[in-house]
Design a protein. Structure first.
Length: 67
């Protein structure tokens, strides 16, 4: 919950509700550095949002090259 303290009230409320409803997927031994929100789940990721963005961009470029 110390990570939640750093978020805005709106984000805190959203994440607390997801956790209460059982939609939060957390890595047991990893520190949460970012949240990945899908239609049904919220994933707590040990990978920073910047790293996730770079990886997604890399995959996107690869997909365009393969077409």
């Amino acid at each position: 919950d110390s990570e939640l303290d750093k978020l805005s009230e709106v984000n805190q409320g959203f994440l607390k509700k997801a956790k209460k409803e059982g939609r939060m997927v957390e890595m047991e031994k990893e520190e949460c550095k970012s949240y990945i929100i899908t239609r049904t789940q919220v994933y707590c990721s040990p990978i920073s949002s910047l790293t996730l963005k770079r990886r997604a961009s890399f995959v996107s470029r690869l997909e365009r090259r393969c077409k």
